[in-house]
Design a protein around this ligand. Structure first.
Ligand code: 6PG
Ligand code: NI
Length: 184
């Protein structure tokens, strides 16, 4: 006796059976996330930026969540569309990202404020250690989809990075550029 487990359709980057929570984040939800506030305000508030679909799975210490983030292509001013980004509330909890569709960057930042970028593309595997904030950035022209697996107890701390990450990724002279941000 066997049963068919959930799957991912590689071409669409979607779960084959969508049975869990779905959450859409729209431009209007991302106040203060993009540095060009005027450009952000010029985009209709209901414009979808990303969508997360999750499998139903057990919760509690030792249990895992599985989700796929679908991040639209686009820019706010010259800054590429990105997720809000977060530390886990339980800082020691890590996560694995797996690229499914599209191309972009995974921005990682430690508690000392040191940031780095990994290129994400179909098949890429990313180990996000504990104590490391993470954000997806879509630098391509199609939807960027990435599967994530993380401990159900991890939680999200968005407030710790409300002032932004140490790197911003923009398009300048037709090129993808990472800029260091000075906080003061
Ligand atoms: C998580 C995952 C991932 C993430 C989404 C949306 O810990 O839940 O990293 O599912 O939440 O990519 O990103 P934000 O939570 O930063 O909006
Ligand atoms: Ni996370």
């Amino acid at each position: 006796p066997s049963s068919m487990p959930p799957g991912v359709a590689f071409l669409s980057g979607q779960f084959t059976a969508e049975n869990g929570i779905k959450k859409i984040t729209r431009c209007g939800d991302l106040s203060g996330v993009f540095y060009d506030r005027a450009a952000w305000q010029a985009i209709p508030v209901d414009t979808p930026v990303y969508r997360v679909e999750m499998l139903r799975s057990p919760q509690g210490e030792g249990e895992l969540f599985v989700g796929i983030t679908h991040l639209q292509p686009g820019r706010v001013g010259d800054e590429f569309y990105m997720t809000r980004g977060h530390f886990h509330q339980r800082r020691e909890q890590g996560e694995v990202y797996f690229g499914l569709r599209g191309t972009g960057l995974l921005l990682l930042q430690n508690e000392q404020g040191v940031a780095r970028l990994e290129q994400i593309s179909p098949g890429s595997v990313h180990i996000i250690p504990g104590f490391t904030a993470h954000r997806l950035i879509n630098t391509g022209s199609e939807v960027l989809s990435a599967l994530a697996v993380w401990p159900s107890v991890a939680g999200h701390d968005y407030a710790a990075l409300a002032h932004g990450f140490a790197l911003r990724v923009i398009e300048q002279d037709g090129k993808i550029q990472a800029k260091e941000v000075q906080h003061g």
